[in-house]
Design a protein around this ligand. Sequence first.
Ligand SMILES: CNc1nc2cc3nc(NC)[nH]c3cc2c(=O)[nH]1
Length: 382
Amino acid sequence: LTRPDAAPSEAPAFGFALHATDGTARRGTVTTAHGEIRTPAFMPVGTLGTVKCLYPEQVRATGADILLGNTYHLMLRPGAERVAGQGGLHRFMNWPHPILTDSGGFQVMSLAKLRKITEKGVTFQSHVDGSRHELTPERSLEIQGLLGSDIQMQLDECVALPADRREMERAMELSLRWAARSKAAFFGRRGHGLFGIVQGGDDEELRARSAAGLVEIGFDGYALGGLAVGEPQEVMFRVIEATAPALPADRPRYLMGVGTPQDILGGVARGIDMFDCVMPTRAGRHGLAYTRYGKVNLRNARHADDPRPLDAASDCPAARDWSRAYLHHLVRTGEALGAMLLTHVNVAYYQSLMAELRVAIETGRFAEVKAQIEADWARGDI
Ligand SMILES: CNc1nc2cc3nc(NC)[nH]c3cc2c(=O)[nH]1
């Protein structure tokens, strides 16, 4: 198979430019073969090659510059070689903008059966049909290359917290060895980047060793893994504060799997550039709306006769052009349009939050914008 969707030779080189800082908050741009990513950025999750319930153009219209695809899911269905045969994931899902794919390890541990981790990689049984598979640092990158993603992640091992130090140390050191193998195996087509993943649990010394090891190998960007795995928010923030300064300022920093709007605001304040989370899309399918004034559970009977839209000032039609009474009706009856509209509301809200933070950093008003956002959340939806 020729490499699908091999970026044309004139594709821009992968890069990151820092435009402004405000305290430890950063405003930048990541350049990839499929376009630019304005940071701080939120990546909607498109697990099986779709951001569930939304058309790609709707996702784009919310302001999203990049989507996330899951290697574990796509390697099982429809298969990496099949996606490559269709011209790669961008063509397959009709999303011509940047795509980041994860490396599969995290989802193997959370979804697959009979997982076995060895020095070589991880073997597992598919949660779909029980078929046996192996992921190694090399095979994970081969799959991500077949999918044609612009940003590829190393294979790593994430431990759930709390964990004892020996376990965190073992997984961090294995992940570092896999980082070196990933770097050696990465065929960096022009405009495509490889990110290393910092591990080390909630132990600052292990985190520092992991970050230093990755920087020595050298990556196009650095992710903070091993967080949003059940630890309290203050533990996550403490780990970010200990880790971010150990990473090069001229490379993107990606906090994996995060998070609530509050987590993201705190992450941006501490120097994180990229985020991904299933929350806005998953919550939308369960009747939960994210708005400027906090969460609104449209299953709640208090909305049954409320003619107001979720947010009359929103530029997202789903938040502006339908009543809460109607949304409540759709959610209660399980109508597909309910999931579609609330997913749209939530993805649009997350993107509007990122846009507001990008402007705040550019204009040196991050602290006051952060305070205003937090005050609006505290006011609650009335
Ligand atoms: C692909 N590797 C990788 N993915 C992750 C995804 C996550 N998603 C969450 N919370 C939803 N934490 C995560 C940690 C990792 C992690 O440590 N490594």
